[in-house]
Ligand binder design. Sequence first.
Ligand SMILES: Nc1ncnc2c1ncn2[C@@H]1O[C@H](COP(=O)(O)OP(=O)(O)OP(=O)(O)O)[C@@H](O)[C@H]1O
Ligand SMILES: [Mg+2]
Length: 245
Amino acid sequence: MKAIAIYSGKGGVGKSTIAVHLAHLAATRSARRTLLWDLDAQGASTFALRLAPRPGLSARRIFAREAEIADQALGTDLPNLDVVPADASLRRLDTQLAEQDKKGRLKKLLRALGERYDRIVLDCPPSQADLSEQIFRAVDLLVLPLLPSPLSLRVHAMVVDQVAAQRDGKLPILPVFSMVDRRKSLHRDTVASRPEWPTIPYSSDIERMAVHGQPVTARAPGSAAARAFSDLWTRVERALQSSRD
Ligand SMILES: Nc1ncnc2c1ncn2[C@@H]1O[C@H](COP(=O)(O)OP(=O)(O)OP(=O)(O)O)[C@@H](O)[C@H]1O
Ligand SMILES: [Mg+2]
């Protein structure tokens, strides 16, 4: 089992969108048994897949080890894809984690799912310090969506530093330019400054995911947007192979 976090300290950069698409491709194109865990109380990826929390589901109870995460996963219409939906208790998860003082809790929860899933994709909230630390310890790869501006290069450097402090630089980070609009010279120039980083275009097809309740990789697999996610997924799998212990 390999765990992938879609993480950024910043809000609104495309984390949930990328999380849903990567989970879909893991499940379909790679035929991996895949779990998408929505760790953001706002529930963007839960909503995008037309799911709602199970009555009684609570991340608080999962992290307190009062409930089994595997019992909280919902199946989806998509083959091989299960989802642990978001619920309101995630809002106070950071306080809970600080009180519990079990820094490896998320890592243990994920490892326990190793028999059931091949890939676990975490849709991370923008700012929860204790949860972020647990995520850095728990996953095999961090996918870091960045808006194409010079600021994003600083955000990347900061995340590299944060991760180095936690994992001694042993956690691979895959930066990805998100919402790239090639009509804008700032976007073109920023992307050209890091030609090796993958890109996801700004696309109304992608934006409409929540309207259709389906990722663009399912609805329009031949579209440019779907191809960009496919290329990103290939890069993710390659990074996971080379991180194999
Ligand atoms: N490539 C894209 N093209 C067009 N719109 C996009 C793209 N990626 C994301 N969006 C839109 O931008 C908004 C923010 O995206 P998303 O929710 O994925 O970001 P996020 O980083 O998860 O945000 P938050 O920090 O609030 O969780 C959404 O309305 C989404 O539909
Ligand atoms: Mg989100």
